[in-house]
Design a protein around this ligand. Structure first.
Ligand code: ADP
Ligand code: MG
Ligand code: MG
Length: 210
């Protein structure tokens, strides 16, 4: 039922909150190498603001709750990542009308990817969060639509694809965001936003497996 979906969302947000706080220093350290050393702090602040709204979210429909997560991230995270994460979540939330099933999950994933690339203008290979999101979403789509896997198994494959996407950012120069000012000096470092995207997906998977 949709009440169970909202319960699962709250569980996911708790896990993501814990993970982003655990990884706050690491993500900020990654951003200190190729950015301005704030990515972990930005996300930790944002997810805290989201989990503070737990009681409000519990009374909402799934699409409304996810939309509120997005708007909260937009207003709290700031920088490049706030509007990218928050705006994409906010806009993709409408696909979850009626609750979570194969169809709405696929539509949400595709809308998230589309909004993110539309807003940020980054393409795969630009050394951004798009390098985790794009392979994850494409793998998720193939796993559900072609291989007929259950959502949780498709998500497990998507997480593996995101992990490879993060590794793929290491040897790249950046073409978007602050890291693009570094030229060759960005080479050898993983992208902070791709890395945080992987952590979020890992916690969504942990929620689905629980
Ligand atoms: P800021 O760079 O404003 O300090 P953050 O440090 O929170 O913001 O986020 C940096 C991350 O944002 C980068 O690691 C990258 O993944 C992502 N990013 C930056 N610009 C773009 C863009 N145009 N498209 C997609 N992702 C981007
Ligand atoms: Mg930064
Ligand atoms: Mg910043």
């Amino acid at each position: 039922s949709e009440a169970d979906d909202v319960e699962a969302l709250l569980d996911a947000l708790d896990r993501i909150g814990e993970r982003l706080h655990d990884e706050q220093a690491y993500l900020t350290e990654l951003d200190s190498r190729i950015g301005d050393a704030d990515h972990g702090n930005n996300l930790a602040r944002g997810i805290s603001a989201v989990t503070e709204k737990r009681d409000d979210l519990a009374g909402m429909a799934l699409n409304e709750a996810v939309k509120t997560v997005g708007t909260t991230l937009i207003s709290e995270v700031g920088g490049a990542a706030g509007p990218l994460y928050g705006g994409s979540i906010m806009s993709a939330a409408q696909e979850l009308d009626g609750g979570l099933d194969d169809e709405t999950a696929l539509a949400f994933a595709e809308a998230y990817r589309e909004k993110l690339t539309e807003r940020g203008g980054a393409r795969p290979g630009d050394k951004t969060m798009v390098d985790a999101v794009t392979p994850a979403v494409h793998t998720f789509q193939r796993a559900v639509e072609e291989d007929d896997l259950a959502l949780v198994d498709a998500l497990a494959k998507a997480v593996d694809a995101a992990r490879r996407g993060v590794a793929y950012t290491v040897p790249l120069r950046a073409s978007k965001g602050r890291a693009s000012y570094l030229g060759l000096r960005a080479v050898g470092h993983r992208d902070p936003g791709a890395t945080s995207t992987l952590f979020v997906l890992e916690e969504l998977l942990a929620t689905a497996e629980a």
